[in-house]
Design a protein around this ligand. Structure first.
Ligand SMILES: *Cc1c(COP(=O)(O)O)cnc(C)c1O
Length: 398
């Protein structure tokens, strides 16, 4: 991943130069690491000294703390967010002949895991305001599809999907809901913490997620104790006791060093979430002041009425922007990082061509893929940098 440290110059006399030299990276993980460096290195050293390198007490602690933090009944540490979803679907016995419904506007893994197990993916379009699975589209798919074994809403960008409507529809059809909360640890819905509302869910600790490890790591959550023990067994080749295998799992184990880093970072997560929300609020005010809130479509906070403070934790701050690609090039020229999540919806990906979808099947997902842009957001982002982003966007449109 490309990262640069923002250039900091003294205020006052050099302010003009600072403007010329301003760099605003999409994300800068070095700024989060710096104040925690001594603590993190000490924790890593402790794991090194113990030589307990896979699973073990650091993983146990992380699992207990994530379960407590989210209110999930059970939390099982695994090797990545992708593996979390894969092992969960394996534990549920999802495979050939089964159908899984999800959104085509998400990171590839959400659908990739379903395909890897030989189940059939059926997509349902998104809501254009939240970019999350549309309850109406879901209902239509369920009414017309048999063999559906799971519904996977994604809390994209750190914004909770409409879980109340989705769970209600799912209950009508008797289908379990599995939450892809890879981008949404720390995000709350009136029904609970994202990833711990429905039957099961998962988080990713990939470094760019809101709680990032020093490599790959993930976590499965679920309500049912016997499902949890099945997942625990499958993450270690279905082995119980050693070298006796009841079922075919995989190596989805979590490394102790990753858990140790995450154990240091977890107590900071709420503070970082608040920092992201403050920066989102700053963008909102600044774009409105610049008269751009009608030009751009800013992210919405769908559960504000419920008085929930962190229903969107802005893993990404995504706007719809006219002439998106030209804006992105203009920002890049001005030293401002941005990203497109995601440029091609999954139903149009080459590897899913066998599903038989074509352009026009999911118009909201296709439109979002063409119109949206993620702007820099992270807890250490400076107000001057955000003001510069807004000013540069304004220049582009005038
Ligand atoms: C990151 C991500 C994943 C996969 O997580 P990894 O830890 O990278 O395997 C799955 N779904 C979504 C929506 C993601 O953003």
């Amino acid at each position: 991943m490309h990262q640069t440290t923002p250039l900091r110059l003294p205020k006052g006399r050099l302010a003009g130069i600072q403007r010329v030299c301003m760099r605003v990276p999409l994300l800068d993980l070095k700024l989060q690491y710096a104040p925690l460096k001594a603590e993190i290195l000490a924790a890593i050293e402790q794991v090194a000294d113990s030589q307990h390198l896979v699973l073990g007490p650091q993983v146990d602690k992380l699992e207990a703390d994530i379960a407590a933090y989210t209110g999930a009944g059970h939390a099982i540490g695994v090797s990545s967010g992708t593996d979390a979803q894969l092992v969960l679907l394996m534990a549920l016995g999802i495979g050939p002949g089964d159908v899984v419904v999800t959104t085509p506007y998400t990171f590839f893994a959400t659908a990739g895991c379903v395909q890897r197990l030989g189940a059939r993916i059926v997509f349902a379009d998104i809501d254009p305001l939240t970019y999350n699975l549309s309850p109406a589209a879901l209902e239509e798919v369920l009414a017309n599809t048999s063999g559906v074994k799971a519904i996977i809403p994604v809390h994209l960008y750190g914004c909770c999907a409409d879980m109340e409507a989705i769970c209600k529809i799912a209950a009508t059809y008797g289908v379990p809901v599995l939450e892809d909360a890879a981008q949404a640890l720390g995000c709350s819905h009136p029904m609970g913490a994202a990833g711990a509302i429905a039957e099961a869910g998962w988080y990713s600790f990939y470094p760019t997620k809101n709680l990032g490890a020093f490599g790959d790591a993930g976590m499965v959550t679920c309500k049912d104790a016997s499902l949890a023990s099945k997942i625990r067994s499958l993450r270690n080749h279905g082995m119980e006791p050693r070298y006796y295998h009841h079922s075919i799992g995989g190596n989805f184990r979590l490394d102790a060093i990753q858990a140790a880093v995450l154990n240091i970072k977890l107590p900071h997560l709420d503070g970082w979430g608040a920092g992201r929300r403050e920066r989102a609020a700053f963008y909102r005010r600044a774009f409105a002041r610049a008269g751009l809130d009608q030009v751009l479509t800013l992210p919405i906070e769908p559960w504000s009425d419920a008085g929930i403070g962190n229903h969107h934790i802005y893993n990404q701050f995504v706007v719809r922007a006219p002439r998106r690609d030209a804006l992105r090039a203009y920002l890049s020229e001005a030293g401002i990082g941005s990203e497109i999540y995601y440029p091609l919806p999954l139903h149009l990906q080459e590897c899913f061509s066998h599903l038989g979808y074509s352009t026009g099947d999911f118009p909201e997902s296709e439109r979002a893929a063409q119109e949206t842009l993620a702007l820099p957001i992270f807890p250490e982002l400076l107000e001057e940098q955000q003001a510069y982003v807004v000013e540069t966007v304004k220049k582009f449109y005038t």
